[in-house]
Ligand binder design. Structure first.
Ligand SMILES: NC(=O)c1ccc[n+]([C@@H]2O[C@H](COP(=O)([O-])OP(=O)(O)OC[C@H]3O[C@@H](n4cnc5c(N)ncnc54)[C@H](OP(=O)(O)O)[C@@H]3O)[C@@H](O)[C@H]2O)c1
Length: 264
């Protein structure tokens, strides 16, 4: 699909990070943007910065009724939804033995089920119209899991399988799906746990920017790409892990140190 002034795009997790950068990139192309997240004040600040038409949609993707009403509100206001970006997510990096069930359940509810609730709420109208594009924000962690990110990686792998199967299911329907696998991006995702990130983690000031990723995502949508890996090394690691997890471990130990794959 081409993103232009008549495109109606809804982005979940728009209040910060990748979603916020995407909202800016979409608004710069003239799209009408639905800004969905829980933080009304951050969404209002974003809305004040954006050119063109946009709609603040305060909602919680972990609650089907909440995201369902937000999508309905956007469709009523904008006429329909052409582009849906299921991006909202949370992360808690901790060894499984130390991590509470509450945190694992929260990641499952937001990252995995939140994606399902978001897609299920928007898909019927897209199918009825015979057009639309869905972006699912998975992660490099869904391709190659890291110690300390077991539960997070599991939610990202669930999104991956869901989105890749859905793309095939929707063949011939006019609706398509792009799955995005970002590596480490400079956002607020880990702000609450910065002081205890695993040694192998390379996010922070030198990581890729959300703005650069957002531009690549728009290009991927316009080319109806099956997936986008950003940066490209994420793809290499995914392929290597699929071929030989042991070989991927050896490469990661060299690049990121022993904590990336401690067990030989
Ligand atoms: N940053 C990275 O290195 C990286 C790498 C790979 C994949 N990703 C994925 O990219 C996506 C965006 O993450 P980010 O890095 O941009 O993180 P971020 O800066 O923390 O932004 C996360 C966004 O998700 C929203 N959100 C969280 N829980 C929500 C809920 N229950 N309902 C609605 N919105 C919710 C947040 O808004 P509210 O708190 O206002 O609700 C916020 O707008 C996530 O799915 C993440 O897993 C990130």
């Amino acid at each position: 699909m081409h993103i232009r002034s008549d495109t109606r795009a809804l982005v979940t997790g728009a209040s910060r990070g990748i979603g916020r950068a995407l909202a800016h990139a979409l608004a710069a192309r003239g799209a009408t943007v639905g800004l969905a997240a829980r933080s009304t004040s951050e969404l209002a600040t974003l809305a004040a910065e954006l050119p063109g038409a946009h709609h603040v949609l305060t909602c919680d993707v972990a609650l089907p009724v909440s995201i369902g009403s937000a999508i309905e509100e956007f469709v009523d206001a904008a006429g329909s939804v052409d582009l849906l970006v299921a991006n909202a997510g949370i992360a808690h990096y901790e060894p499984v033995a130390e991590q509470s069930l509450e945190k694992i359940e929260a990641m499952t509810q937001v990252n995995w089920l939140g994606t399902v609730y978001t897609v299920k709420a928007a898909l019927p109208a897209m199918l009825e119209r015979g057009s639309g594009h869905i972006v699912v924000m998975s992660s490099g962690a869904g391709l190659r899991p890291f110690p300390g990110a077991a539960a997070y990686s599991a939610t990202k792998a669930a999104q991956r399988m869901f989105a890749e199967a859905l793309r095939h299911e929707l063949h011939g329907s006019g609706v398509s799906v792009t799955t995005v696998y970002p590596g480490e991006i400079r956002t607020s995702l880990h702000d609450h746990e910065r002081s205890r990130m695993p040694e192998w983690y390379r996010g922070g000031p030198n990581a890729a920017t959300a703005e650069a990723l957002a531009e690549r995502i728009l290009k991927a949508i316009e080319h109806d790409a099956r997936h986008l890996h950003y940066r490209p090394a994420v793809k290499g690691m995914g392929i290597l892990h699929g071929l030989s997890p042991g070989a991927a471990d050896r490469v990661l130990r060299r690049l990121r140190g022993r904590t990336a794959a401690p067990r030989k």
